[in-house]
Design a protein around this ligand. Sequence first.
Ligand code: IPM
Ligand code: MN
Length: 369
Amino acid sequence: MPPYRIVKTCMERKKTMKNYDIGVIPGDGTGTEVTAEAMKALKAISEVGGPEFNLVHYDLGGERYLSKGELLPDSVLSELREMDAIFLGAIGHPEVKPGILEQEILLKLRFELDLYINLRPVVLFPGVYTPIKDKGPKDIDFVVVRENTEGLYTGSGGFLRKGTPDEVAIQESINTRRGVERCIRFAFEYCGKRNKKKKLTLCGKTNVLTYAFDLWERTFEECSSDYPDIETDYAHVDAICMWMVKNPEYFDVIVTDNMFGDIITDLGAMIQGGMGIAAGGNINPEGTAMFEPIGGSAPKYTGLNKINPLAAIAAAQMMLDHLEEETASENLLNAIKKVVKNDAKSMDAGKMGHGTREVGDLVVRYILE
Ligand code: IPM
Ligand code: MN
């Protein structure tokens, strides 16, 4: 055997010996069901020579809150900080008032771990239904970089004269030069690495939000001179919504603030086939990252084996990508693509033609074959 082969074999072995600590938060409702399928897919990835995963489960969510009054204890937070990555199923419980679990678990994780990027690909895989007539996989392939720790999400604001006819409610959008710039720079870098149209669109509302998006626009323009090979563009958020439906092929990477990013990525999820397939990553490029299907816990489907686990499995695939496990990530992506092309009738819960576990089994079968 020639020497280069020996070298390669050593490298391969090193790669297969990789072992990652993954904090797993299955969460509430169907979150636990889809997490189980995503973990099944990761196990199959290990079996075919991919990295190993040391899964550490945390029972954060509605049940723990209702039984113990605990949301995100500091001890859990410090353990999660040490993980190579975090996987989140979904948070949201019908018996807990809306906002508590979201703010005290999901948003707290984003803020405490400084996961300042929310990366949400909008990709239509061949075989998946899009409600947009005459558009196909070649037209719907872009990524939204959503700022994830500022804007309207910081909780800044308050009430005056609450409960009286003169009540005032203030909710402030916080935009710091540092926070905006690190997000925009990430988007430029990501756009370059993605290497497709090399076009970055800033999504804002400079005609009305004249302070916040003035800062965004100036920062965007200043940063752009460091990335001369990337074409830049600007559109107001309302126009972005229109274009996402009318001409989605127009986009490559979109960068925007927290609130607009939240809204346009639900629209994005719909044009890529629905919540059953849409995944995202909450990323601190210098630290840890947390991956999740972007839909909620869908409590009414709990225990019915009906919800689509592909969004969760796609989130696991993004996690492999983030861990720079290219081969494993590609294997998993190919398995997902095969299921949507050959097996799943729809991405919607109850309409897939298979149950949650069966879709997971199909992914595993394609990984192992
Ligand atoms: C999302 C969700 C969250 C958000 C909610 C649950 C707080 O909608 O991840 O998009 O608004 O960010
Ligand atoms: Mn959302």
